[in-house]
Design a protein around this ligand. Structure first.
Ligand code: TYM
Length: 327
């Protein structure tokens, strides 16, 4: 049994990329591990957020966790800002992170590109993410491929802290799915599917209605060929759609290719839409039920209490070792 931790930002509509790259594995891992899944609101504010939108999205992501199958009896579900230790350890780790390390982060470079002014929080974001993970002594962190570099920095920081202040932190490993670690945009297979893309046609939102889902998938860009074949280099668009099919239907890439042998893209896309609708419709129904009930607030309060216990213990141990006068 491993300690598992991960988080998702409440910074827009969750996409099928979030689901396949992250949530699907959260649900799998919860059965045999000690899991902590949070909504990382402190991370979301590293880019400007409207207060009402932040509030709505935070509740929405928490409800989606449950709707997608995370069981609060098996896993601890909470909001990052409800556990004060995140901000505090984030600061302690910021003082131990080198500017050069943060300057190398590709996610920072992408998000800061072309902006006149960028908040310092966006720059030190990876130190806060390291705090999230190290507070819980997590051994396993299920994420998509785009988080690999942040995880590498987390490992470096854990080792650095252990060398400086004595063995305390578990050095975590990533848990990155072989299929679906990088779900690409429907309009451009060179970009990852992202909730921050200004073109809604580029992503499948988990809460898109069946009509919208079908329309988006029928308009997904393909090449001028006819064969449903998996060649990520030569046929990136179709390969992306095959991966989405495989992940959503719970079958292998080979199964999908075999099934559509000799058939054109039209039929494949139609069946893909059926698979995605069949997956998302019950999630959406459950989501609406959760939003209408009062259970979510209670679950999140319990989750924060459980998480705080673990997090405070680690934080206090570290502070003592660093030479802070303890109350
Ligand atoms: P975020 O909110 O951007 O995304 C949440 C999770 O979804 C995965 N993901 C994808 N996977 C495959 N294909 C895609 N197109 C795709 N888009 C998103 C991400 O890899 C991620 O796993 N920094 C994190 C949040 C975070 C965190 C943490 C994660 C904060 N603290 C501690 C793990 C542990 C982020 O921005 O994820």
């Amino acid at each position: 049994m491993a300690r598992v931790l991960s988080g998702i930002q409440p910074s827009g509509q969750l996409t099928l990329g979030n689901y396949i790259g992250a949530m699907l594995n959260f649900v799998k891992l919860q059965h045999e591990n000690d899991c902590y899944f949070m909504v990382v609101d402190l991370h979301a504010i590293t880019v400007p957020q409207e207060p009402e939108a932040l509030l709505e999205q935070t509740e929405s992501v928490a409800a989606l966790y449950l709707a997608c199958g995370i069981d609060p009896k098996l896993a601890t579900v909470f909001i990052q800002s409800h556990v004060r230790a995140h901000a505090e350890l984030g600061w302690l780790l910021t003082t131990m992170t080198y500017m050069g390390e943060l300057e190398r982060m590709t996610q920072f470079k992408d998000k800061a590109m072309g902006k006149d002014s960028v908040g310092a929080g966006l720059f030190v974001y990876p130190s806060l993410m390291a705090a999230d993970i190290l507070l819980y002594q997590a051994g396993l962190v299920p994420v998509g491929d785009d988080q690999r570099q942040h995880l590498e920095l987390t490992r470096d920081l854990a080792i650095r802290m252990n060398n400086r202040f004595g063995e305390l932190f578990t050095v975590p490993d990533g848990y990155i799915p072989p299929v679906g670690k990088r779900v690409m945009s429907l309009d451009d297979a060179s970009k990852k599917m992202s909730k921050s893309n200004p073109n809604p046609g580029s992503y499948i939102a988990l809460l898109d209605s069946p009509d919208v889902l079908r329309k988006k998938l029928s308009r997904a860009v393909t090449d001028s060929g006819r064969e449903v074949q998996y060649h990520p280099e030569e046929k990136p668009e179709v390969s992306n759609l095959i991966s989405i099919y495989a992940a959503c239907a719970g079958v292998s890439i080979e199964d999908v290719v075999r099934r559509f042998e000799g058939q054109g893209y039209g039929n494949f896309k139609k069946e893909l839409a059926d698979v995605v609708v069949t997956l998302l419709e019950p999630i959406q129904k459950k989501y609406r039920d959760i939003r209408e009930s009062n259970d979510l607030r209670v679950i999140l309060r319990d989750g924060a209490a459980r998480a705080s216990e673990v997090a405070d213990k680690t934080l206090n141990q570290l502070k003592e070792r660093m030479g802070f006068l303890m109350p």
